[in-house]
Design a protein around this ligand. Structure first.
Ligand SMILES: *Cc1c(COP(=O)(O)O)cnc(C)c1O
Length: 380
């Protein structure tokens, strides 16, 4: 038995974060939109193939800006999965929008695009696909539906950086994409996020909403001679110390992605036999896509199996977690949202899904984790 605890997550640091923070400190520009923020914006515009990238405090903040950008009004309906993090829905509910939850696909656990059209009403204004585990939604179908019904598409790509579908990076396909740099994601700054504006008509207003409703960005570019209150908005830009930290991560993004994929692939190969023995199901990927190894999850056969599994691993000092409480059955989801149709896949999968440790450095414990999981299914 191994004495050291193996945490579920451990933020990876490249070693250059403090060096860049020291540079930002020496530059003396600590507010937002300084040199490091600009480097991060350029990196995102190049790697995420977007017209305009803007750093935010979080993906939650990016989603809030998105809701304002598309002018969500009380009663407007937004179609999204129930199997997601609360911010996907909360950002729209904050503006009076009504999240309409539809079921997920059996295979990828992403929104079931076949169910979207039936959920559309005269009040529907947007679709918010969530790329769960960094595996793409069927964006071609979703964009076709959106075009047919004149709806906005906002990608919740919080988990999707470095993933792509038909060589299009996640977050670059809808009108707007939202990314997270929370410490549980692949590229991190503690708390952090970005909004990707793919529709050029939205760029100017996105800058204003993010800068407390002012045209400060235009002022700094010398496009207007004074800046003033122009629109609604709030303070959504992170300071330079955060951007400096993030820049160190962006520089190492390829290396981070490669290491995570190696860990992911090793688990995937090792658990194939357990899947054949019908003990569990492994992740299913999308054709013509790449993924970023955001998480390694297993779908067990029952809620009881999962509880036993988590307890057993814990007794061996390995920490595993489950998520999400489906939003349609959460207390606030019942108040602010509504379900469309039966959400049986969501209900069943959320009871059986478990995530196991995947972080850079877990490699040295991986054989132990794999052996422990195999021993659980052998009846200990
Ligand atoms: C992490 C996450 C968010 C929220 O990101 P923050 O940066 O913590 O606000 C939103 N949606 C999904 C799907 C996430 O995984």
């Amino acid at each position: 038995m191994q004495a050291i605890n193996i945490p579920f997550n451990k933020p990876y640091m490249t070693g250059r974060e403090l060096w860049y923070i020291a540079q930002a400190h020496a530059n003396g520009h600590l507010a937002g939109d300084g040199q490091f923020t600009k480097k991060c914006h350029s990196w995102l515009e190049e790697h995420c193939q977007t017209k305009k990238a803007l750093l935010t405090h979080s993906c939650t903040a990016a989603l809030e800006i998105a809701a304002m950008l598309i002018n969500i009004q009380p009663g407007d309906e937004i179609i999204m999965p129930s199997y997601t993090f609360v911010s996907t829905a909360n950002a729209f509910a904050l503006r009076g929008g009504v999240p309409v939850f539809v079921d997920i696909r059996q295979d990828t656990l992403n929104i079931n695009e076949q169910l979207i059209e039936a959920a559309i009403t005269s009040k529907t204004v947007a679709i918010v696909p969530v790329h769960y585990a960094g595996v793409p939604c069927d964006m071609d179908t979703i964009m076709q539906i959106a075009n047919r019904h004149d709806l906005w598409v906002i990608e919740d790509a919080a988990q999707g950086i470095m993933s792509s579908l038909n060589n299009r990076p996640l977050g670059s396909i809808g009108h707007i994409g939202c990314l997270s740099f929370h410490e549980t994601k692949n590229i991190i700054s503690g708390e952090g996020g970005a909004i990707l504006i793919n529709d050029p008509a939205l760029i100017l207003r996105a800058e204003i909403l993010r800068e407390k409703g002012t045209n400060r960005s235009q002022f700094f570019r010398g496009q207007v001679d004074k800046y003033t209150w122009c629109d609604l908005g709030s303070s959504y830009l992170p300071g330079e110390l955060i951007a400096a930290f993030l820049w160190a991560q962006m520089e190492a993004a390829d290396e981070i992605n490669k290491k995570r994929l190696e860990i992911w692939n090793r688990y995937h190969i090792e658990f194939e036999q357990l899947e054949q023995d019908q003990m569990l199901r492994r992740a299913i990927l999308m054709p013509n896509s790449s993924h970023n190894a955001h998480m390694y999850y297993l779908l067990l056969n029952s809620l009881k199996d999962r509880s036993d599994f988590i307890e057993y691993l814990k007794s061996k000092n390995i920490f595993s977690v489950f998520h999400y409480v489906p939003l349609h059955s959460a207390p606030a989801g019942l108040i602010y949202g509504r379900s469309h149709g039966d959400l049986s896949v969501t209900n069943s999968h959320s009871d059986r899904l478990v995530r196991i440790p995947l972080w850079i450095g877990v490699e040295e414990h991986q054989a132990y984790i794999i052996d422990t999981i195999k021993s659980f299914f052998k009846g200990h």
